[in-house]
Design a protein around this ligand. Structure first.
Ligand code: F6R
Length: 603
């Protein structure tokens, strides 16, 4: 989703600095980009499409040491040069992330004051509002930003340049992420830390309504009452190299290949030994119900959690899409635990669901990757997965770790509910500690998955089927495939297909069947035979234990011999790699699929 970077400091080739920084935000997904920089006045350059288009228009050597830049993911108004940011109205220039919900109302108020609008964006309205408040000549720039907040319904992170103070960069935020990069003789604003890494590893976070005034030497932060506030200085613990491809063709492939390592980092952190595991996991004895709330792949990880929680510790669990949960009537009480899952920790709907639960005084636990993100900070408790930076828009390693974390929570629930004795617990923890080796083994069969990709990449409809936990994994396999390869794909509970969807199966329709659940295997076989009888070509993902000489499958992936508890973190890997290779064969923009954004900060 939209990315912001703002710079003020010692470097003088400002256009180059802004463009290079924008490139580090490319992974978030965008459809236009622009910069504003100060010489003796504010200059704006913008362009629809890739940053490369913008780059063609800039002068990498032109002097200037203050600027703001933006990658836009269109919400209000299509992707065009005109609608892209920065926007300038009167004496104010801004870049904006978020959505101004009441912009139509503000627009008509401003039109009555004589403002004319050139774009369809809510951002131009926000910019005009700042200019209007400024034109009253009763407030200084900080006060103008404070007054602005009173008018706005919605979310924003803003980088602002006022014509009457061209030596200062202003910023503010509400419900959209914005961090301050703290350099030596240079300071920055950015929507995430990756954009400031080449300048500094030091940064601080802003709270809602904070207002910041940055000069080359100084960062002054004020709260909504304009009282000066001090923020904790944080330091990024990963470096620019980790945000690079390291010889892989794409970040997606690199990140899949990191799965064994990040799994090890995460498991080792929580499972040093039996006692430390029990202590590090939250106390969940008081709960008799769990709600898992998340979006997209994180929600699919939640489906695995539901399966585990209901089957092992036997605790009632519901999984809800956050964009629904936030608005629906929810039945919870003080014995309910709401688990929010989010890689970025900034997904708007998941944040809103978290806040809803908190307002209702329900306990919340977050599973998050990005340290100190909004969800991590606001949830009652947080369990970090240690995926490191994930650049590819389609999540792979973070999803796998979300599943692993749910497995750990599941074990803790089993301990608390006396569904496991200490020797069995020890055995499973040992197994989990060895899981990275199995991940390596599955990854080592990459060529086999790539061959399957060659057989399916020309298809336009691919179905995934599975029962129980295999259905949960099918959902993620199907999402991965469609989002990166643009092939239409659907996942179905294997037994549900014949209630309608089977009419879509014809000669050579590809069906990827997951069959890893021993208890349901015979049922799944019957469903596979049903599609086979209608002409489908079947690709089976199964385990060594269940494997047999199935005459009804066209292709087969057999997972290594391992305790079934580990299957959910293994079975997804071939599906991720098949999706990757299919997208590659179709020449798709794998790391930045069309229309998608890494961090979905608007609802
Ligand atoms: C799909 C994908 C998305 C995210 C979803 C939630 O590959 O990455 O479906 O899982 O947007 O994002 P987070 O986990 O950041 O809340």
């Amino acid at each position: 989703m939209c990315g912001i970077i703002g710079y003020i400091g010692k470097k003088t080739n400002i256009q180059k600095q802004l463009i290079d920084s924008l490139k580090t935000l490319e992974y978030r997904g965008y459809d236009s980009a622009g910069i504003a920089y100060v010489t003796d006045k504010v200059n704006i350059i913008k362009s629809k499409g890739k940053i490369a288009n913008l780059e063609e228009k800039i002068d990498r050597e032109e002097q200037g040491c203050l600027g703001i830049a933006h990658t836009r993911w269109a919400t209000h108004g299509g992707a065009s040069d005109n609608n892209s940011h920065p926007h300038r109205v009167g004496k104010v220039t801004i870049v904006h992330n978020g959505i101004i919900e009441n912009y139509m109302e503000i627009k008509s108020l401003l039109e009555k004051e004589g403002y004319k609008f050139k774009t369809e964006t809510d951002t131009e309205v926000a910019c005009a509002l700042l200019d209007y408040l400024k034109s009253k000549n009763i407030w200084n720039n900080l006060e103008v930003i404070r007054e602005f907040a009173g008018y706005i319904k919605g979310s924003y992170a803003l980088g602002i340049i006022f014509d009457d103070d061209l030596d200062t960069l202003y910023a503010t935020r509400k419900d959209s992420p914005l961090i301050i990069g703290l350099g030596k003789d240079e300071n920055l604003i950015a929507s995430d830390v990756s954009a400031v890494l080449k300048f500094t590893k030091k940064y601080c976070l802003l709270d809602n309504y904070d207002i910041v005034k940055l000069t080359k030497e100084k960062v002054q932060i004020y709260n909504k009452d304009l009282k000066s506030v001090c923020k904790e200085q944080l330091e990024v613990n990963w470096n620019v190299e980790q945000a690079e491809k390291n010889g892989y063709d794409h970040f997606m492939l690199k990140e899949i290949h990191e799965e064994a390592k990040v799994l090890k980092d995460t498991i080792n952190e929580y499972v040093e030994n039996l006692d430390s595991f029990v202590d590090k996991m939250p106390d969940m004895r008081k709960y008799d119900k769990i709600h898992i709330v998340a979006c997209g792949s994180a929600m699919h990880a939640g489906l695995i959690g539901k399966y585990l929680f209901e089957n092992y510790p036997e605790i009632e669990t519901t999984v809800e899409v956050a964009s629904e949960y936030r608005y629906k009537k929810v039945f919870y009480d003080d014995k309910t635990l709401v688990i929010l899952i989010s890689q970025s920790g900034e997904t708007a709907d998941t944040i809103a669901s978290l806040r809803k639960a908190k307002e209702d005084h329900i306990d919340t636990l977050a599973i998050v990757n990005v340290v100190s993100s909004t969800i991590a900070r606001e949830a009652d408790q947080v369990l970090y997965i240690r995926a490191g930076v994930e650049i590819a828009v389609a999540t792979t390693k973070a999803y796998l770790l979300q599943v692993a974390m749910l497995m750990l929570i599941n074990l803790k629930l089993m301990v608390e509910r006396e569904k496991i004795d200490s020797s069995k617990l020890k055995e499973i923890l040992k197994l989990l500690k060895s899981s990275p080796e199995y991940v390596e083994k599955v990854l080592a069969d990459e060529k086999k998955y790539f061959k399957i990709a060659e057989k399916i990449y020309k298809d336009e409809d691919i179905f995934f089927i599975g029962r129980g936990i295999d259905y949960a994994m099918s959902m993620e396999g199907s999402l991965k495939l469609k989002e990166v390869s643009y092939i239409h794909s659907e996942a179905y509970q294997a037994g549900e297909l014949k209630h309608g969807t089977i009419s879509l199966i014809e000669n050579h329709t590809k069906v990827i069947a997951l069959m890893t659940d021993e208890d349901l295997a015979l049922k799944t076989i019957s469903n596979i035979k049903e599609v086979k009888a209608r002409g489908a070509d079947v690709i089976l993902i199964t385990t060594e234990k269940l494997d047999s000489d199935f005459e009804f499958v066209n292709e087969k992936v057999t997972l290594p011999k391992v305790d079934s508890y580990l299957i959910p973190i293994l079975a997804i890997i071939p599906l991720q790699l098949i999706a990757y290779q299919v997208a590659k064969l179709r020449k798709c923009d794998i790391d930045k699929p069309r229309n998608l954004a890494k961090s979905v900060t608007v609802e």
